[in-house]
Design a protein around this ligand. Sequence first.
Ligand code: NR9
Length: 382
Amino acid sequence: MGKTELYSLFKGFLDCICLCLARSSNETASDTQRDTENGHLIYKKGDILDDRYEIVNTLGEGTFGKVVKCLDHSRGGSQIALKIIKNLEKYREAAKLEIIVLERISEKHPRYCVQMLDWFNYYGHVCISFELLSLSTFDFLKENNYLPYPISQIRHMAQQICRAACFLHDNKLTHTDLKPENILFVNSDYTLMYNAEKKCNERRIKDTAVRLIDFGSATFDHEHHSAVISTRHYRAPEVIMDLGWSHPCDVWSIGCILFEYYEGFTLFQTHDSKEHLAMMERIQGPIPQRMIQRSRKLKYFHCGRLDWNECSKTGRYVKAKCKPLKKYMLSHGTEHQLFFDLLERMLEYEPSKRISLSSALRHPFLLRGKSQVWRNSWDLSR
Ligand code: NR9
């Protein structure tokens, strides 16, 4: 089959889904009693959706809608997570594309991407059911007073995140919104242990199995690429500089995520693009000339350099707040050296030189200690 034929097949499939969703939503479009004015579904504990899903409680919410825990009475009352999209055209349209991505992923059963179980339209709300997961790696960190994860646990989480994103890249997709909030533990049970150094109790997650979620912004290689992607702190330099982006922007985000697991705080704590670039220069050195010359964001640059005054108020803030990457090392043992070597390659400015995820998976930091995770859980159980 040729490329154009494949494309039209895909288009046909897409149109079919759109039509199907549009039909079922039009039937009940006049019924707005069920929604709040901003499009959220009004529900209560015990409500049953699609003659099957019994709502237990709310797990999370956002601009898109809400995520609720349900019992699936067609599967012996097993627990699932249900993403209920707002009854608004804009979000319904986006959800249709998300389902296409999720179906493409589900066909191949990758281990580290969340599994979609089912989807349906409930009075104009697109609903997507998933296997039930647990706390996000961000919420666990927060509930643990931002005490960082141990490096052996970071290794196991990094292996899974890289495998999940590598699978997407192999399937011509970029996630575009990788962040600690979108990486969920399968089970967030923990043990409490005393941290003598910080004189406080510390939570240690028992099982570091994670899954990647939220494919609502995932973009196929052939699709239109939005100019602005990612949540600010995890945004790659090529995105900020409007140089065009592809798979490597996910790698940059993973570098920022792993740093955050290691330190307990975000690498780029800023809300401003120029300040963000200045932080990058403090941490990783000057932005390559080639990138500056091709950038369309002329307002950030002057005479071929970042337009930045180190002596200004924000200039002094960045200088005090950030330091060269290696200075953040908490120890100089071999595994810390290897971890920072990997971070440095993930946070390479030039997208074409940035380490790919298939190479990252062969990096000595990630190759080491496949059995170490076992040894750790064994250590904890004593
Ligand atoms: C799947 C998802 C969220 C299982 C879950 C869960 N289990 C427990 C939350 C708790 C999947 C989601 C997805 N896109 C989402 S939720 O694929 N977007 C909204 C959110 S809610 C938290 C971060 C992003």
